[in-house]
Design a protein. Structure first.
Length: 704
């Protein structure tokens, strides 16, 4: 194994990474005796997914990490066949020795035995090879079961329980799901004096809730789901309490669920659902569950595409190119009947002519009179890129909102055939004339778009409560062993759409910054908010740049940040809308802005955005379906007089953006190509921005 020096190109300087090789989901997050443990999915034999084991590291501050030996290593037989891989799971400290795994570790002052407090890992055993275990259990090829291991030396060495697997198969009614039964999250539930496990039936989008007195014998109590984002595979669930608005008498429960594919962008994503838990069942708050068949409150249907016998021209739309003379299609025959989720019988689709057709389908013009436009969308991920639009390189497949000749909102598909709701805030253009343009300029096999049920409404059509609106935040796991007020979460900072190919060596993948979670009431809605853990501030340098502008004029303003902190910094922005349309900061830029990552706030669209179309290397993704470039938004409504706050953490290959009180976050990898691309620039677009406050601190490396 090549020993890392932690200064390789793109190596994060304040995010956790393995010394070498592949890493994915955080596992077994547990705090005990002043030490934070992180276990993680790890391949000891290479830097792509495989031979899944549990890596291990510890910290006393969630910032500086010490790598330890592999905790649970993939088992291979004498012929080289993989017998057992250790998939995702959790860890607890069994302080009351309910499991009976404790051992004597010495004598106290009176001569009595002192017993250990065993650390117990609860994980999914994945069995690629059929065999019979030493305790006589018959294992099928591909079976996923729940197992445990224990440690009496604070996680340094581990012993597998000889009764594994403790839950060999899912319940009888889901017996056929034995290859998709995984990711147990376990915690101690004090009111019921029991251990609780939440595990996933991945492709059914169902969570199973079990209870146990001893971590060995488990009783199925209930199930939850599917709800909200109900497509792809549900993975890596967590269930935990939080106080509402810091009121210890107002406790609510939260479920986190990883979804892949089918995230808010493309590939991987994480949703949350707020509710209550009584030790047996989780019940979602009615206000936190969204029915995909239900239109937003106060909706006006603009087009539902039910007239399948009409052409677009007969409906008042205009179709060009290969789509001229076509019209809405019956949903049951679109794309060989694979598309799911349309309302009614008809649907707009560009999945015609063997996907070889290109052209535009444009709506009639209309006056924007409501604050939101919502629609159902499915299809390939080929976003509108302003830099290539109108050129021979334009390969977008997207629906766009055009106001005064300018595309002000755009949405592409998420590489699935399941229709999902997406909403645009259009409050900034109320009273103006607009039209919708559905562009398909791509003949690739997956290059098509399905659109249904376009509505104008007073509120958005929520599909899910997304925990992060960026493309690179998945498998979020929370710490056991901390008080409710210190609930801490870490996510895998990658995306299965391209994870195996990101351009790093000798390691691959990083974790997000640990974040503290809370529930806050914002605009009369309970929101899950998150902020970087406070201990991160111990890495900050003294302020490198600080300036207040009563008004920042339209254009760019260079900011001087010395090396090496121009590629590792915290940027704090506060500002108020003036006459401009956008404000923000350009990071990792060269002199001509041909390479840059742009982060800011769109005053008209009322969203925080991250633009990584020109952020650097994206050639590691196959060119036909390059899912890396993109423009990512998180809606955060504000009033014209509001002070807006954005905090940005820039590392050597990532940005993490937090808006407002932390009610929105966007996490994105970036891979700058030029070592000279380290310039920092403020920008105000479309006019001036008022009351701008900028503060920049460098962030020291945790590896030095």
């Amino acid at each position: 194994m090549v020993q890392s020096c932690f200064n390789e190109e793109y190596r994060p300087q304040f995010h956790f990474t393995p010394q070498n090789n592949w890493m994915n989901d955080p596992n077994g997050l547990v705090y005990h005796d002043g030490v934070y443990h992180i276990f993680y999915q790890y391949n000891p034999n290479g830097n792509t997914w495989g031979y899944m084991s549990w890596g291990h590291a510890i910290s006393t501050d969630l910032v500086h990490w010490k790598h330890l030996q592999i905790a649970l290593e993939c088992e291979v037989d004498s012929n080289g066949n993989v017998i057992e891989m250790f998939f995702s799971g959790s860890a607890v400290v069994d302080v009351n020795n309910t499991s009976g795994f404790a051992v004597s570790i010495g004598k106290d002052g009176t001569g009595k035995d002192v017993f250990s407090q065993p650390m117990v890992a609860i994980y999914t055993s994945c069995y690629p090879t059929a065999h019979t275990t030493s305790n006589g259990q018959v294992i099928r090829q591909g079976q996923q079961s729940q197992s445990i291991a224990f440690s009496n030396d604070n996680g340094l060495t581990w012993t597998k329980y000889n009764g594994n697997p403790i839950i060999p198969s899912p319940p009888v009614e889901y017996a056929d799901q034995y290859k998709q039964f995984r990711d147990p999250f376990v915690f101690w539930h004090t009111p019921s004096l029991k251990w609780i496990m939440v595990a996933s039936l991945a492709i059914k989008q169902i969570l199973l809730i079990y209870s146990s007195n001893n971590l060995k014998d488990w009783t199925l109590e209930s199930q939850f789901g599917p709800h909200n984002a109900r497509f792809g595979e549900w993975e890596c669930p967590s269930l935990f309490p939080l106080y509402l608005d810091d009121n210890t008498a107002a406790e609510k429960w939260v479920i986190l669920i990883g979804i892949n594919p089918g995230g808010v962008i493309v590939g991987s994503g994480t949703q949350s659902i707020i509710g209550s838990f009584d030790g047996k069942s989780f019940v979602a708050d009615p206000s936190d569950v969204y029915d995909p068949a239900e239109l937003p409150f106060g909706s006006t249907v603009f087009q539902d595409f039910e007239s399948t016998s009409s052409t677009f021209e007969e409906l008042g739309w205009t179709a060009t190119g290969d789509f001229a003379g076509t019209g809405p299609q019956k949903g049951s025959i679109v794309n060989a009947g694979k598309v799911q989720g349309y309302l009614g019988n008809g649907i707009m689709t560009t999945c015609l002519f063997g996907n070889g057709g290109t052209g535009t389908i444009m709506s009639p013009k209309f006056i924007i009179r409501k604050d939101y436009i919502s629609f159902l969308i499915a299809g390939g991920y080929y976003p509108y890129n302003p830099a290539t639009a109108g050129t021979s390189e334009d390969n977008q497949v997207s629906i766009n909102l055009v106001v005064e000749g300018e595309i002000v909102h755009s949405q592409t598909g998420t590489n699935t055939e399941s229709l999902v709701w997406r909403s645009w805030n259009v409050a900034g253009w109320v009273g103006q004339e607009a039209y919708l343009a559905i562009n398909d300029f791509n003949t690739s096999q997956s290059a098509h778009l399905h659109i249904d049920e376009i509505v104008f409404s007073d509120c958005p059509k929520d599909e899910a409560n997304w925990n992060d609106f960026g493309p690179d935040y998945y498998a979020a796991a929370t710490y056991n062993g901390l008080p409710t007020s210190e609930r801490t979460v870490i996510g895998w900072m990658n995306n299965w759409a391209y994870a195996n190919n990101i351009p790093t060596s000798t390691w691959r993948s990083a974790m997000s910054i640990p974040r503290t979670l809370a529930l806050k009431t914002i605009n009369n809605k309970i929101r899950l908010v998150q902020q970087p853990v406070s201990s991160l501030s111990t890495l900050y340098t003294s302020t490198l740049y600080s300036h207040n502008f009563s008004s920042l004029e339209c254009g760019e303003t260079k900011v001087s940040v010395p090396a090496p902190f121009n590629s590792s910094m915290k940027v704090a922005l506060k500002f108020t809308r003036g006459g401009g349309t956008k404000f923000g900061v350009i990071l990792c830029s060269n002199e001509t802005n041909t390479q840059k990552t742009v982060i800011g706030y769109d005053f008209l669209g009322q969203n925080i955005f991250v633009d990584r179309f020109k952020s650097g290397n994206s050639s590691f993704v196959e060119s036909e379906r390059n899912t890396f470039p993109g423009y990512f938004i998180a809606t955060m409504p504000t009033k014209p007089t509001d002070e807006i706050e954005i905090s940005i953490l820039l590392d050597w290959s990532s940005v993490e953006v937090f808006g407002g009180q932390g009610q929105v976050a966007l996490t994105s990898q970036i891979f700058p190509l030029e070592h000279s691309a380290t310039q920092v620039k403020l920008f105000s677009e479309g006019g001036s921005t008022r009351s701008v406050s900028v503060s920049i601190n460098g962030i020291n490396s945790v590896w030095k």
